[in-house]
Design a protein around this ligand. Structure first.
Ligand code: ZN
Length: 449
């Protein structure tokens, strides 16, 4: 078989360098030599294997149109260069054309699932994962260093956009089956486990799409709205699903409804967590009507601290005492007493007056969500502190770290891919992209005539 010759050829190139008189290469030097030369030879292996394995498809003189089924004669042999994880290769395969349907087709491409791009699906899948973690320039360096294969930052960018554009919430959120399994695993005895739905918003730097000519508009911070859903396991937190997008409140509601539809709500006790923002409560209570509403303790405490600071001075004993006693009262659900106390307060100045007024409104709006002591007793969380920062890291770091201002669509693509990686659904997301990408190929040829 020709492939054995190819292997000999490689060894003939590598071995003399290792066995050269007077040379004593180290393990690292030998390994680097193999990495350096591997791509050239291994890339050529695949075409050889394809030629041996699919000889009848390569010699095919007639093939049916995938659209209408009519037989057509081969037009010519068409060359295709490609890059896989093994390196660069090239094949020549018969190309057919159906004048009725106005499409060109290659039965071998269909069978092999060859991408119309030069980089093939195995590379695209890994490249996208890499781009979700580091900037495209860094990705170019790392990819080459780790694989020996060069992929330009432009190609990484393009691939990421293509995969990200096809990433949908349907695949990013785990299936109902997966969610049910995880709930079952967390269920001990007859006591239903607690499922937490925590929503929040985070501001991300965005900019409008640049027009063909002229300056692009100024950047702005837009709110990424999202949620994460997790189970309170016996001694750990079990992540179920996370989702964030720069989007309006209505779309947030639709997305949360989709996630809610995959949760068997009668199998869990549901806790809803969030700060005081109205938009998130409106949708959380609609999607989880039996959920226990809990005002995030840490957000609530922040508001208390703010009043303590402006009224009594930062770091003073008075401020400390007031904050402590207020928080303790809220812990025991004594919201009315706290509001009464705030009303009796003599504001130190205008700033204090304003902050006190805001805190009263905040507590009035959220009074039915403040019952931390009984939350604790029932095993419910009172804040999402740690999980929240972990999740923010997962969803937002890549967007903020690069220092770039994102076009909304690209930023959202980044959030979708990162959520998929965190949710463990990236394979599903990529499979969906693959399906769309491979059918697009036919459509685009149709357009080109
Ligand atoms: Zn046809």
């Amino acid at each position: 078989m020709e492939i054995h010759d190819k292997l000999d050829e490689w060894l003939d190139e590598v071995l003399p360098e290792i066995f050269e008189d007077g040379r004593q290469p180290t393990l690292m030097e030998m390994s680097d030599l193999i990495t350096r030369t591997r791509q050239k030879f291994m890339g050529e292996w695949l075409p050889i294997v394809i030629r041996e394995k699919y000889v009848d498809l390569l010699e095919q003189e007639y093939a049916p149109c995938p659209h209408c089924g009519k037989m057509h004669r081969k037009r010519f042999d068409s060359a295709k260069e490609f890059i896989t994880m093994q390196g660069e290769g090239k094949i020549s395969r018969p190309w057919f054309y159906c004048p009725d349907c106005e499409i060109g087709y290659c039965p071998l491409d269909e069978l092999l699932e060859i991408s119309r791009k030069k980089t093939q699906l195995d590379v695209q899948k890994r490249a996208t994962k890499l781009s979700a973690e580091v900037t495209f320039q860094r990705g170019e360096d790392l990819f080459q260093e780790l694989t020996g294969q060069r992929i330009s930052d432009h190609c990484l960018h393009e691939t990421f956009e293509a995969v990200g554009a096809e990433a949908r919430i349907e695949e990013v959120i785990p299936s109902g089956e997966k969610i049910r399994q995880r709930i079952e695993k967390a269920t001990r005895s007859t006591w239903r486990p607690i499922l937490v739905v925590a929503s929040d918003g985070a501001h991300l730097p965005t900019r409008p799409k640049a027009p063909r000519k002229g300056k692009r508009g100024p950047g702005q911070w837009q709110e990424a709205k999202g949620f994460r859903i997790y189970l309170m396991g016996v001694d750990s937190i079990i992540h179920l699903a996370g989702w964030h997008q720069i989007q309006n409140e209505e779309d947030f509601g639709k997305d949360l409804a989709l996630a809610a539809s995959r949760i068997p709500q009668d199998r869990v006790r549901i806790a809803l967590l969030g700060d005081g923002a109205d938009w998130l409560w409106k949708h959380m209570t609609a999607c989880f009507p039996d959920g226990r509403e809990i005002l995030d303790y840490y957000h609530c405490a922040e508001h208390i601290h703010k009043v303590g600071k402006v009224q009594y001075g930062e770091g003073t004993l008075e401020a400390l005492e007031w904050v402590e006693s207020t928080i303790t009262r809220l812990f025991f659900a004594e919201v009315n007493q706290v509001i009464g106390g705030l009303r009796r307060m003599q504001p130190k100045n205008e700033t204090a007056r304003e902050e006190i007024r805001k805190l009263i409104g905040y507590l009035q709006n959220n009074r039915h969500k403040i019952h931390y002591r009984s939350d604790r007793k029932g095993g419910y969380p009172i804040g999402s502190g740690g999980i929240e920062s972990a999740h923010k890291f997962i969803s937002h770091t890549r967007l903020k770290r690069s220092g770039a201002w994102w076009i909304k669509e690209n930023g959202n693509a980044m959030l979708r891919i990162r959520c998929a990686l965190y949710n463990g659904t990236y394979d599903r997301v990529f499979d969906h992209y693959k399906k769309v990408h491979l059918t697009q190929k036919r459509v685009s040829k149709l357009k080109n005539g």
